[in-house]
Design a protein around this ligand. Structure first.
Ligand code: C2E
Ligand code: CA
Ligand code: CA
Ligand code: CA
Length: 278
C-alpha cells in the first residue's frame, strides 16, 4: 500500500549498481547527522616556506557515519547543497572554527587566519553576513582571523548580489580567497572587480608542475596575483620538487600533504607536523 512514486524510484535505482540508493541513504542520514554530533572539523596547515612558520589553516568538514565510516565531503557536500542543509552546516562550521581559533589565539598557540569553504547556497540564502557576524561576536575573534574560500563559479553567479555580500563581510575585516583558481568558470575577465585578498592555485596545476606548459600557467597566476596586489597560495603540494619550483617562482605560501594533512585539533596542537619539529 506504500507504493508511492518515491518508493518505486528507490527500487528502480537500486538496480543500477546501488549508486543512487547510497546517495538517498546518505541524504536521509545527513538530516540526523547534526543532531547526533557526527560532524567534526579537521584543520590543514598553510605554511610560509620563506619564513618557515604556519601561515594559516583551512578548516575541512568530516562526517563520521555510524555504519559507513568516514564519508568524504566530495560525496556529502553536493547532497547538503541539493537539500539546502549546507546553510545550517556552514553556520555551525563558522561558529566552531571561530571558537577554536579564539582559543588557540588566547593560549598563544597560533595567531593565524583560519579559512572556511563557502557554497553558492550560502550566498543564495542571503544569510552570509548574519552568520559571520554571529560567529565573530559570540567567539570574540577579530574578523581578520577568519577567511572565506569562494570559487570562481560562486563569484560569477548572481555577481551583484554575491559581491555586495562579500563586501559586507570584508567590512568586518574578514579575508576572502579565491579557491581552485584557474579551473571552472573563468572569472579572469572580472577578477579585478571581485573583492578577494588571495588566489589559491588549484592542485591540478601543482600536480603537473613538472610540465613546462603547466609551469607557464602557474607563473602566469603568480604574476596576476602580484599585479593585482593579491596573496597567492599553492594547494595540493605533495613533493619537495613542487615546493621548490613554486618558491623559485615567488609563491611562498604552501598547502598540501608535504606540509601536513588535514588533522583534528589535538594533532594540530601537538605540532609534530611542523617542519623541523622533533
Ligand atoms: P577544496 O576546498 O579544494 O579542499 C582541498 C581538498 O584537497 C581537501 O579535500 C584536502 O584534504 C585535499 N588536499 C589537501 N592537500 C592535498 C594534497 O597534497 N594532495 C591531495 N591529493 N589532496 C590534498 P577534502 O577535505 O576531501 O575536501 C574536498 C572538497 O570538499 C573541498 O575542496 C571543498 O570544496 C569541499 N569541502 C570540504 N569541507 C567543506 C565545508 O566545510 N564546506 C563546503 N562548502 N565545502 C567543503
Ligand atoms: Ca578550499
Ligand atoms: Ca581548493
Ligand atoms: Ca578543489
Amino acid at each position: 500500500a506504500k507504493a508511492s512514486g518515491k518508493d518505486k524510484t528507490v527500487f528502480f535505482n537500486a538496480g543500477i549498481g546501488g549508486q543512487l540508493s547510497r546517495k538517498m541513504e546518505l541524504e536521509k542520514d545527513l538530516r540526523l547527522a547534526f543532531e547526533y554530533g557526527q560532524f567534526f572539523i579537521v584543520y590543514q596547515p598553510k605554511w610560509n616556506a620563506r619564513s618557515g612558520e604556519e601561515a594559516g589553516f583551512e578548516a575541512l568538514l568530516r562526517w563520521r557515519h555510524p555504519e559507513k565510516g568516514i564519508v568524504s565531503p566530495g560525496e556529502f557536500i553536493p547532497i547538503a547543497e541539493e537539500t539546502g542543509l549546507i546553510v545550517p552546516m556552514t553556520r555551525w562550521m563558522l561558529g566552531e572554527v571561530c571558537r577554536q581559533n579564539k582559543s588557540w589565539h588566547d593560549e598563544g598557540l597560533f595567531r593565524v587566519c583560519i579559512s572556511v569553504n563557502m557554497s553558492y547556497r550560502v550566498f543564495e540564502s542571503m544569510t552570509l553576513f548574519d552568520m559571520v557576524d554571529e560567529a565573530l561576536r559570540s567567539s570574540g575573534l577579530p574578523g581578520k582571523m577568519l577567511e572565506l574560500e569562494i570559487t570562481e563559479s560562486i563569484a560569477m553567479k548572481n555577481m551583484a548580489i554575491t559581491l555586495s555580500q562579500l563586501q559586507r563581510v570584508r567590512d568586518l575585516g574578514v579575508q576572502v580567497s579565491m579557491d581552485d583558481f584557474g579551473t571552472g568558470h573563468s572569472s579572469l575577465g572580472r577578477l579585478d572587480e571581485i573583492p578577494v585578498d588571495t588566489l589559491k592555485i588549484d592542485q591540478s596545476f601543482v600536480k603537473s608542475s613538472n610540465l613546462a606548459s603547466k609551469q607557464a600557467l602557474i607563473v602566469g597566476i603568480i604574476g596576476i596575483a602580484r599585479l593585482l596586489d593579491l596573496e597567492v597560495v599553492a594547494e595540493g603540494v605533495e613533493t619537495e620538487e613542487q615546493a621548490e619550483f613554486l618558491l623559485s617562482r615567488g609563491c611562498v605560501l604552501m598547502q598540501g600533504y608535504y606540509y601536513g594533512r588535514p588533522m583534528p585539533p589535538k594533532e594540530v596542537e601537538a605540532g609534530k607536523w611542523r617542519i623541523g619539529a622533533a
